[in-house]
Design a protein around this ligand. Structure first.
Ligand SMILES: [Zn+2]
Length: 97
C-alpha cells in the first residue's frame, strides 16, 4: 500500500498562507438542511490527495476527485469540535443527502 506522497519542494511564497486562508474563508458556505445547519467547503481536485470514505454512499472518494467537506454549524460542542468531526462527501451525495 503506497503511502501518501506529500509534494515537496514547494516554492516559498511569503504571502501564500495568508492568501490561502482568505480564499478558504471565501469558499466556505452555510447550508440549512433538514437535520440542521452545515458548513460546506468544496475541495478542488488538485487539493484532494487522500482517500476518504463518503458517508452518503459508503464508497471511497479517490484522490484527485473534487468533492465537498461538511461539518455541523449548530453543534453544542463548538466550532472546533464540529470542524474536527467534518466529513468528506461526493459532491452529488451531498446534494441528495
Ligand atoms: Zn458518495
Amino acid at each position: 500500500m503506497a503511502r501518501s506522497n506529500r509534494p515537496k519542494g514547494r516554492k516559498q511564497q511569503p504571502d501564500d498562507d495568508g492568501d490561502l486562508s482568505h480564499l478558504l474563508d471565501g469558499w466556505r458556505r452555510s447550508e440549512v438542511r433538514r437535520d440542521g445547519l452545515w458548513h460546506v467547503q468544496p475541495i478542488p481536485a488538485v487539493q484532494s490527495s487522500k482517500t476518504y470514505l463518503c458517508p452518503g454512499c459508503r464508497l471511497d472518494i479517490a484522490p484527485g476527485i473534487a468533492h465537498m467537506v461538511a461539518w455541523r454549524g449548530d453543534g453544542v460542542l463548538g466550532d472546533a469540535a464540529d470542524l474536527s468531526n467534518r466529513r468528506h462527501w461526493h459532491t452529488h451525495c451531498w446534494r441528495i443527502k
